[in-house]
Design a protein around this ligand. Sequence first.
Ligand SMILES: Cc1cc2nc3c(=O)[nH]c(=O)nc-3n(C[C@H](O)[C@H](O)[C@H](O)COP(=O)(O)OP(=O)(O)OC[C@H]3O[C@@H](n4cnc5c(N)ncnc54)[C@H](O)[C@@H]3O)c2cc1C
Length: 449
Amino acid sequence: MKYDVLIVGAGIAGASLAWHLAGKGLSILLIDSKPFTRFGDKPCGDAVSKAHFDDLGMPYPTGEQLENVIHGIKLYSPDKRTVWTVKGDGFELNSPAYVQRLTKEAMEKGVEVMDLTTAMKPIFEDGFVKGAVIYNRRTNQTMTVEAKVTVDATGYSISLRNKLPKELPITEDIDDKDADIAYREVTLTRDDMEDYDYLKIYVTQQYSPGGYWWIFPKGKNKVNVGLGIQGGMGYPPVQSFYEKYLKDIAPEVDRQKLLVKGGALVPTRRPLTTMVWNGIAAIGDSAFTVNPVHGGGKGSAMISAYCVSKSILSAFEKGDFSVQSLWDANLCYIEKYGAKQASLDLFRRFLQRLSDDDINFGMNKRVLKEEDIVEASTYGDLHMSAAEKAMRVLAGLSRPSLLFKLKTVADYMKRFKNLYYDYPKDPKEIMKWKARVEALTAEFINAIS
Ligand SMILES: Cc1cc2nc3c(=O)[nH]c(=O)nc-3n(C[C@H](O)[C@H](O)[C@H](O)COP(=O)(O)OP(=O)(O)OC[C@H]3O[C@@H](n4cnc5c(N)ncnc54)[C@H](O)[C@@H]3O)c2cc1C
């Protein structure tokens, strides 16, 4: 079988890419190991900012795809004494329904879909990916699919690009400590909730080391509750934290009315060094596009799909599917999200080192304020004006070292972002640039240790 584009994985990333490419004159095959009715079905908090849909021209979820409309976030300190309210519009998705809608719209414009079909390995010849060997469980057939561009949208399993020769930069692996282990349940609540248009986040190292708890309302009396903890640290299983602390965090939950449960891994690091190589692109979790601080990855998976769709279309105009030709996908992603994501990776490393006392102090004394967090999560900039002022006032008081570190973090975040804006225009320079990224990361870790 021959196609222009083979997309492996029909999660939000793969379905968005199919949606963007559909109807543009290319022959496209989208495959997923799951049956169609489970496309988009993975453990998730399901909260996505409205801004992503606006920015990318993607349809808002409607009808059964939309479970709740969100107007902001309440962020609780570990001792729950301080609550910050940050306003912002978003959606609580029914993810499978939304992903299946995108897939159906792409199919109406000619995209072919094969469910219950797994990509076993990429075809790699003469330095180019030229398709994949796939296996269809419905027909029990193994087939070879040739494609000009093959896209790895396989989520955290990274099951395609990891089978390429290790010397290619696109095979980059993830350190366990740069991932969160997350678990969530969707249940009904005992009573109707107030403020059910607000997401609630509890930052506590004791109850969720290196991560946080969330309660995301899916309506007046239905919630998605879960937590993430940092991977690779030898902590007890994430479910044991859930069992131990659920009552403290979310007493409103009625576990007799459990609807869904499950866990998965989330990459919480800077983006993959390059999303493209000869004849291949990676998007979504497979390309490490998740926000390192809050772990939200659906919006940024949609951004990566958008950027890769642009570079695929331009590659077809040029008739050139080399890494040079596809390279613009990296520049697009870095400009739209990647530079901010990379600077937030430093912020994440800093936050994971704080104690609950530090966080209580920082939130209560407003060392940072709600506005700083909005600024940081929107642009990846930590402006220290507020903290610097506080530093002057508080210097010599209980925690000057925390304030001093915050200033260091802000400086490094700025340098890191600038390094990303200096991303090479030529793929030949990529390894040199990667070495600069690794050196600055090591310097930062040293500075905050
Ligand atoms: C518990 C939890 C809570 C989260 N909460 C949020 C949240 O509230 N908001 C948010 O934005 N993000 C959240 N995230 C992150 C978000 O879920 C992911 O970033 C996002 O869903 C990634 O989408 P994706 O399409 O890249 O990957 P996936 O959704 O994992 O899709 C990958 C697809 O590829 C298929 N596949 C894999 N290998 C193969 C193969 N070899 N052949 C064929 N098919 C294959 C899989 O079956 C799957 O359908 C959360 C994650 C977790 C684990």
